[in-house]
Design a protein around this ligand. Structure first.
Ligand SMILES: Cc1ncc(COP(=O)(O)O)c(C=O)c1O
Length: 441
């Protein structure tokens, strides 16, 4: 592990401490006094830190970069749009429908859509719409899923502090202070892939369930995925019981396939949330789905309110238009999937050489690595993997120029620009990083 910050980074962190809590603009960017990263520039699949160390980046800003950093094809469209038309007017533009039509072309689950500025906002909009449509309160979420930082979704199954031998479910704990206990009143949490648990919730409170909110491929839990049978079960339960199925595709949307996870599973949600890859790093998000459901958005006592000053601004929409057009009309997904598969093969060779039992989870464009002899089927199973070894390995990778989140719950993200990475180089760095991690044990 890096033992001390390099000089420019250390100076920036010192300065930041007097300006921002924890010295960062987002708490998750604080990696401690010895490891917090300040980025100076980015290009393709690389970022360069304040002390000029360059990294091949598999973190990709938690997933939005799908083509590459500073992709000229997108940037030039955005610059042209805002130069000519301004960044926003607080009125509708022709781009609104143009982008929705592009999304509809790629995602047949979308009949009508609304825009948002972040994944959190998209989830909030979808949940409110589901409640408005059904007239019900309860939301069912899956352990290990993440749906953004608003109070109701800031309750997690605390697997980190869970005793797997206790025979009890993990405690559901808040993300921290400031979250009222009342915000969890309508939240039900189930382990992924358990038919028994979902049946139990529907038996107990089924008539008040507005929606199940699920990442079918958990982008915040090592790409641990729902089985097709489980997704079918959820689809059938929702249809039978009058609840809505909301797929949170903030990470998987426009990444794992043109039509997201729903294309891979061959099924449709009632509502879907998108963000991240939709704009190749520009802040754009959306939620949408069945027209009948979305049409509850409107004014008046029975209408669901949705909007916001920055909604569908020209920066966001021109970026989405350019990104989605490229994803739709080029062979970017083929390149991304081929590259991701090749990286996994190289990493697998390294793990095997060092005698590490390992499993990959999720699709090639967003894969998780688990040290252990099972692909975890839910968050509780993840606890059985050797995540400490993963973190040690990841910290060594970072030291040697490969950036990633040093937590096996965050997958490796692949972008089109990764196609130029020298696989032998990556394999060499991984080999050295694993050797050092094992030596340190
Ligand atoms: C599945 C999922 N939903 C929602 C969010 C929240 O998105 P944002 O950080 O843009 O608010 C995230 C963020 O990582 C996510 O992965």
């Amino acid at each position: 592990m890096p033992t001390a910050l390099k000089p420019n980074t250390a100076a920036l962190l010192r300065q930041s401490h007097s300006n921002m809590p924890m010295g960062v603009a987002d708490s998750y960017r604080y990696w401690g006094e010895d490891n917090t990263v300040f980025v100076k520039s980015s290009e393709g699949c690389t970022i360069t830190d304040a002390d000029d160390q360059r990294y091949v980046d598999f973190r990709l800003a938690y997933g939005p970069i799908i083509l590459g950093y500073r992709d000229k094809r997108v940037d030039e469209q955005v610059i042209a749009a805002i130069t000519e038309r301004g960044t926003m007017s607080g009125f509708s533009t022709d781009l609104d429908s143009e982008v929705v039509e592009l999304v509809k072309l790629m995602c047949p689950n979308i009949e009508k859509m609304r825009f948002a500025n972040s994944g959190t906002e998209a989830v909030l909009g979808a949940v409110r719409t589901a409640r408005g449509f059904t007239g019900r309160n309860k939301i069912v979420v899956v352990e290990g899923g993440f749906h953004g930082l608003y109070d109701e979704m800031m309750w997690k199954s605390d697997v980190d502090n869970w005793d797997a031998t206790s025979g009890q479910a993990p405690e559901v704990a808040s993300f921290g202070a400031g979250i009222p206990e009342a915000s969890r009143e309508h939240l039900e949490t189930v382990p992924l892939n358990s038919f028994e648990a979902i049946d139990e919730v529907f038996t107990r409170v089924g008539d008040d369930i507005a929606a199940i909110v699920i990442e079918p491929i958990m982008g915040n839990c090592g790409s641990i995925s729902a089985t097709p049978e489980y997704m079918l079960k959820l689809r059938e339960l929702c249809t039978e019981r009058g609840a809505l199925l909301i797929m949170d595709e903030v990470k998987t949307g426009f990444r794992v396939a043109a039509g997201g996870a729903q294309e891979l599973y061959g099924m449709h949600a009632d509502l879907t949330t998108y963000a991240k890859a939709m704009g190749n790093g520009y802040p754009v998000a959306a939620f949408g789905g069945r027209a009948e459901v979305m049409d509850v958005i409107g004014f008046g006592k029975r209408g669901v309110t949705h909007g916001g000053t920055y909604t569908a601004n020209m920066i966001a929409l021109s970026a989405a238009k350019a990104t989605l057009t490229l994803l739709n009309e080029t062979n970017a997904y083929t390149t991304i999937n081929r590259t991701g598969a090749a990286f996994q093969q190289a990493l697998s060779r390294v793990f095997t050489k060092h005698g590490i039992t390992h499993r990959f989870a999720g699709p090639d464009s967003m894969f998780g690595i688990h040290f252990g002899d099972i692909v975890p089927s839910n968050y509780r199973d993840w606890k059985q993997t050797d995540s400490a070894l993963y973190t040690e390995f990841a910290m060594n990778l970072i030291k040697h120029g490969v950036m990633l989140e040093p937590d096996s719950r965050e997958p490796w993200f692949i972008c089109e620009a990764h196609k130029d990475v020298d696989i032998d180089w990556l394999e060499g760095v991984a080999d050295r990083s694993m050797a050092e991690a094992l030596a340190a044990r």
